[in-house]
Ligand binder design. Structure first.
Ligand code: 13P
Length: 287
């Protein structure tokens, strides 16, 4: 199987993006894999610290390997928003392909120094590292009524980003350009494309990542890819479709108690959303 770096390079050259789809249990994962199979698309599976604590780091790695073997597809696993170096180290040792160190709430100096340690450690295992400059709004608990004010001061500062990349040599950089985690009924993310253009112009050696892919209008996603984004993270839309489908099914079938009879509905629903994203990101048939 070709490496994740190979796919990032290919995506950058050909102007498409790899989706990172988060999960914390099997039916969600099944839906994601079914979509990747159908579309012949490389994918990154994501687990946040919370998701991976629920599922288990070892279990996440074992599942990824099982599906890789079964499908022969380029399926990769990323630790999303890792905050502690100790936890990130465990993910690296256990077989994650990539780790995201989220030092966005730290001072630039602290962010740089911990990222350097992560990079040094990850390199020994051939694991890629994603860093982050700028703060991406993250209140997913308010997903139904969420309203996110994206403040200019939280967007990626170009000078800081350039210094960060130079000092740390991270493979990927998560940029804060106006997207947020979650789906708001009140406002769409307002992406700052001028900022993205500036970042792209000045940062040649790292792959650019867009977080908060849920709820971002299609035309904005397409434009962001055109301007250099090669990885897009999707979580909330998958959680929503999964939960809504399950609630609906159980409401309509209140006597159903057999998980293998009611969970296939959720697999189908997740698969549909992931297929739409793969089409949008143009990663179909890029295996
Ligand atoms: P969404 O929940 O908005 O899709 O964002 C996911 C994400 O960026 C995970 O890192």
């Amino acid at each position: 199987m070709k490496s994740l770096e190979y796919y990032f390079k290919k995506a950058k050259r050909e102007k498409w993006a790899i989706g990172q789809f988060n999960f914390s249990e099997l039916p969600q994962l099944e839906g994601i894999i079914e979509a990747a199979k159908e579309m012949h698309s490389p994918i990154i599976l994501g687990t946040s610290e919370g998701e991976s604590r629920f599922l288990g780091l070892k279990q996440a790695v074992a599942l990824k390997k099982a599906y890789q073997m079964e499908t022969g597809l380029p399926i990769f696993l990323n630790l999303d928003h890792g905050k502690s170096f100790d936890y990130i180290k465990k993910a690296i040792e256990l077989g994650y392909d990539m780790v995201h160190f989220d030092g966005s709430k730290l001072s630039l100096k602290e962010n740089i120094s911990t990222t350097k340690e992560v990079v040094k450690y990850a390199k020994k295992f051939g694991v890629l590292v994603e860093g982050e400059i700028g703060i991406i709004g993250t209140d997913v608990s308010k997903v139904y009524e969420g309203k996110f004010e994206i403040e200019e001061k939280n967007l990626t500062n170009l000078k800081e980003a350039v210094e960060y990349i130079k000092e740390t040599g991270v493979d990927c950089l998560a940029v804060s350009i106006g997207s947020f985690h979650g789906v708001s009924t009140e406002s769409n993310p307002n992406l700052n494309f001028e900022k993205l253009k500036d970042i792209k112009k000045n940062i040649k050696d790292s792959f650019l990542v867009l977080h908060g892919g849920s709820g971002t209008p299609k035309k904005d996603i397409k434009k962001a890819i055109k301007l250099g984004i090669v990885k897009i993270n999707i979580n909330t839309e998958l959680r929503l479709i999964y939960t809504d489908t399950l609630k609906k099914f159980l409401k309509e079938n209140p006597k159903e108690i057999t998980p293998y009879k009611y969970l296939p509905e959720t697999v189908k629903a997740v698969k549909g959303v992931v297929e739409d994203k793969i089409r949008l990101f143009n990663s179909k048939n890029k295996v």
